[in-house]
Write a protein that binds this ligand. Sequence first.
Ligand code: DX5
Ligand code: ZN
Length: 216
Amino acid sequence: MAIIAPSLLAADFLHLQDAVRMVNESEAERLHLDVMDGRFVPNISFGLPVIEQVTKESIKTCEVHLMIWEPEKYAEAFKNAGADILIVHLEACVHLHRNIEQIKSLGMRAGVAINPHTPVSALSEILQDIDLVCMMSVNPGFGGQVFIPNTIHKITALRKMITERGLKVNIEIDGGVTLDNAKSILDAGADVLVAGNTVFRASDPKKVISELKRIT
Ligand code: DX5
Ligand code: ZN
């Protein structure tokens, strides 16, 4: 069964506590928290003070997706704010290996996100060092965008690379995941689904999480 990670970006920010409690009561395993700096991506979301409160309320694994330049400057602060998994963008890291080692030495699991134009082959020399690849299926910066179909063949290629090397790395798909396209995403080899609008804009978010989880 897929691991579901609802993205809080699509929640009602006036009622974040309700959103976190809904995820707590749901079958989702993780809570996905999108941090944007207005430079690496053309948008600004929320930051450390919000995440500190959210992680206190959450009983799920909290993964923080950093869409920021120089993530190494903030890794320790996100650990202190309660992050369990820290995801940095390959395109934002000149010294990616060093950044991954830093994240792991702080006691977090490490993830690498790649933009839609970044080939899977760019992960070749870092794959053995990480716990998760966050494959962007939209251009990062905004929720509610349409899934880019070219992602499917990238998932297949990455799953092949992971299997051939005998690694245990999650393939997480982030952006435009719906009840309609989740099956093709999972069939291609992904095992974690991020879902923002699909979950939080639904009339019954917990039911949608259960449905996503049961797609086979
Ligand atoms: C986009 C973020 C995503 C976003 C997904 O930059 O990384 O996590 O919240 O939202 P949906 O599922 O609505 O496309
Ligand atoms: Zn994200």
